[in-house]
Design a protein around this ligand. Structure first.
Ligand code: PMV
Length: 329
């Protein structure tokens, strides 16, 4: 057994969204989803088993009680799989600009799954890693591979058929750009976990949202394969708005959008009407991520500067989670 290992993983942005769990412990979704792994944002993780005492450090600070409990419960899954048990030392470090508006948990749990699996001396198999990462944070299963990944919904109760697979790697569409526009740095008021639960339990639109997902996924897959930015951008906007419509139709209603979000959406629509190829998507928060290509990146950044967006992070398709030789401790 290696006992100590480190890994790096990137976050991802879903263009066909996951919104609703059919199992809240195993993080099994009600619908399939498709995402792009994003460079240069990354989380590094080091895991060491066989230490004297357990400790969890996140971005240089001891983890809070809830966060530490969640992370240690996640690492316990490896014990159940025949890997290491006992005290463990963990550190993660996010290479994210402050409040980038992109969830770091997907990258963190993908990096942790990889590092912990190696440290426990278990087989470093892509499907097993995706299944493990999914149990830390659903969307993390889509950060084990790079490029564009599809998370299969699966039908089995144990989740063994619910994992992400790579559709194309990061070299398929190197000109694709995802530009995170941080219009609002405040912490979101309702977590994805709680928002999903409320949507599943009370939105009258929830069944329609799930019904739509398979068709959206097969369309998105074709658009990615033929690198059709206009078709993929159009689909991404529609899919994000449908996800928000489900959240807004929950009881009580849940609105993640802020005034600055709508202002930017209008600007994107106007810029597109004047010929700029730019579309938006939105996770469960107020900060849009704009889709464009390398040729129009500068114009999209100029649009964001014009809108006085306080922080902008330009991303491109990235590689999958990987082992690194430099440990965090
Ligand atoms: O995996 P979680 O619990 O962070 O949920 C992610 C949900 C969305 O980001 C809104 C959509 C998605 O598919 O990533």
């Amino acid at each position: 057994m290696r006992m100590k290992a480190s890994a790096l993983a990137h976050p991802n942005i879903a263009l066909v969204k996951y919104w609703g769990k059919r199992d809240t412990v195993l993080n099994l979704p009600h619908q399939p989803s498709l995402s792009v792994t994003l460079e240069p944002l990354a989380v590094r993780a080091t895991v060491q088993f066989g230490v004297a005492a357990t400790s969890v450090v996140i971005n240089g600070q001891p983890a809070g009680a809830d966060e530490a409990r969640r992370l240690l419960a996640f690492l316990d899954l490896l014990g159940a799989a025949g890997g290491a048990r006992g005290p463990v030392r963990v550190q993660t470090h996010g290479e994210f600009p402050v409040a980038a508006g992109l969830a770091s948990s997907a990258a963190a749990y993908a990096a942790l799954a990889k590092a912990a699996t190696l440290a426990a001396g278990l087989a470093d198999d892509g499907r097993a890693l995706s299944i493990l990462a999914r149990q830390g944070s659903g969307s993390a299963c889509r950060s084990i591979d790079g490029g564009v990944c599809i998370w299969r919904r699966g039908v089995l109760a144990d989740g063994s058929d619910s994992y992400a697979e790579q559709l194309v790697d990061q070299h398929h569409w190197p000109a694709l750009r995802m530009i995170a526009a941080v219009v609002d740095r405040r912490h979101k008021r309702v977590s994805s976990r709680a928002g999903m639960r409320r949507s599943v339990e009370s939105s009258p639109y929830f069944d329609a949202w799930c019904h739509d997902a398979d068709a959206e996924l097969s369309r998105a897959r074709q658009f990615v394969l033929r690198r059709d930015l206009e078709a993929l951008g159009t689909l991404s906007e529609r899919n994000a708005m449908r996800m928000h419509a489900v959240a807004m139709s929950a009881d009580p209603p849940l609105c993640y959008l802020e005034g600055a979000t709508l202002d930017l959406i209008r600007r994107v629509e106007q810029a597109r009407a004047s010929g700029l190829p730019v579309w938006y998507t939105l996770d469960a928060g107020p900060n849009p991520v704009l889709l464009t290509d390398a040729d129009h990146e500068a114009q999209v950044c100029a649009l964001l500067a014009d809108a006085a967006v306080p922080q902008v992070v330009t991303c491109r398709p990235g590689a999958g989670a990987r082992s690194i030789s430099e440990h965090l401790f």
